[in-house]
Design a protein around this ligand. Structure first.
Ligand code: ACO
Length: 367
């Protein structure tokens, strides 16, 4: 008889691997990345954090630098822009067009190419020529430079470094798990990152910050916050930017990004959207407590991602590609870790469909 293991939809309680890359404590609201608390790393340049992640995965590599794209990739992005393809589809195509050489080279290529891919597509969609990265710039500085074609000021670079570091790794989230499953088959890191981008696209993972900001825009004025949010909850809709599978207290990334967003908006001439968003957040938290009292739904990383990236002038449709620019660091580090494990990830499923008459399962079930 087939051994019956209980099936768990969503794998909530399943520990699928050990990792030295990040620890997510959902009860204490603590995130450790490669041995440091997120708060200790949040002001560091992103490339330094990437190196640290790779070292934690047992690999010492040169510091990643922004890469120019091969002509075939630019042509592909231009064709996608002609059809107004979704930016995450374009990123998936762009990453998929990179050639794999070996694990170390692929990790450097992936981390170095994601900012260029996202920025090039941003410009191509607007009928602008892509901007070539500058060798003297770090990844965050180059990303902002390649988006706009102008040198960003230090405050904006710092805000983006904080964002990229904050989202660089987060345990066995869906896109990271996807990458590890792909590498566990013996496939290359480029294939893993291509699959991971697909997983990140979904609104329950990386696709939430755009809708979170849309809600703030839709609310428009403080007095509309409560009726708008109530209407959504009455219709059974989820409030984007709230709730998390692991965190049952405030997501520590939300606090770090809130502080970064506050600094960024302080230095800008108009902080009205920041103030409105904070009001929407507090109203949403009150209503979630009222509607779902046992669920402990708190602000997640996506809510302040939306505000910070908006403050940096990045358009909503490029929030998720920008998330990928940061998370690709974690994907590659997990790929190294998985390679060292060297075991195929292959869980089981429990068949609950029809069985042919007389099969062993049918006899057991009717017994
Ligand atoms: N708004 C309203 N209700 C919610 C929300 C929300 N944001 N999140 C969860 N709930 C409710 C569900 O409706 C459900 O209620 P019920 O049991 O009465 O039917 C209950 O809380 C539990 O929901 P689940 O889907 O089982 O919880 P899960 O752990 O799977 O959810 C998730 C996590 C997917 C992030 C969820 O909170 C959600 O959909 N949030 C909105 C989307 C979002 O912000 N995504 C970004 C997450 S952060 C990241 O991935 C980087």
């Amino acid at each position: 008889m087939q051994h019956q293991i209980e099936a768990t939809d969503g794998l909530d309680e399943v520990v699928a691997a050990t990792t030295k890359l990040s620890s997510v404590d959902g009860q204490a609201g603590e995130l450790i990345i490669a041995g440091c608390r997120l708060e200790q790393l949040a002001d560091r340049p992103f490339e330094e954090v990437v190196e640290r992640l790779w070292r934690a995965a047992g690999v010492t590599l040169e510091r990643p630098r922004t890469r120019a794209l091969p002509p075939r990739t630019v042509d592909l992005l231009a064709a996608a822009a002609n059809e107004h393809a979704d930016p995450m589809d374009a990123l998936r195509m762009g990453i998929g067009s990179l050639l794999s050489r070996n694990d170390a080279a692929d990790a450097l290529t992936l981390v170095g190419s994601c900012p260029t891919l996202a920025a090039a597509y941003y410009r191509l969609l607007r009928g602008l020529e892509p901007v070539t990265p500058r060798q003297e710039f770090g990844l965050a500085e180059n990303y902002l430079y390649m988006l706009t074609g102008t040198e960003p000021d230090a405050a904006r670079v710092q805000a983006l470094d904080t964002y990229l570091t904050t989202v660089c790794d987060h345990g066995f989230n869906a896109s990271t798990f996807t990458a590890r499953v792909i590498v566990s088959t013996g496939a290359d890191f480029v294939s893993a990152a291509t699959g991971a981008v697909g997983a990140l696209k979904g609104p329950l993972h990386g696709g939430a910050p755009g809708p979170a900001l849309d809600t703030v825009f839709e609310i428009e004025r403080k007095e509309r916050a409560e009726p708008c949010l109530r209407a959504k909850l009455d219709k059974g809709e989820r409030l984007m930017g709230f709730g998390h599978r692991i965190y049952k207290v405030r997501d520590p990334r939300a606090s770090v990004l809130n502080a970064a967003a506050a600094r960024l908006f302080e230095s800008s001439s108009d902080s009205s959207i920041y103030e409105l968003a904070r009001y929407v957040e507090s109203t949403a938290l009150q209503l979630l407590e009222e509607y779902k009292p046992d669920r402990h739904l708190k602000t997640n990383v996506e809510f302040f991602t939306a505000l910070l990236l908006h403050g940096l002038g990045i358009e909503t449709t490029f929030f998720t590609p920008t998330f990928a620019v940061g998370r690709v660091a974690g994907w590659t580090a997990h790929c190294f870790e998985q390679r060292a494990v060297g075991r195929l990830i292959r869980p089981q499923s429990r068949y609950v469909g029809e069985r042919p008459a007389g099969s062993e399962g049918a006899r057991v079930r009717s017994a």
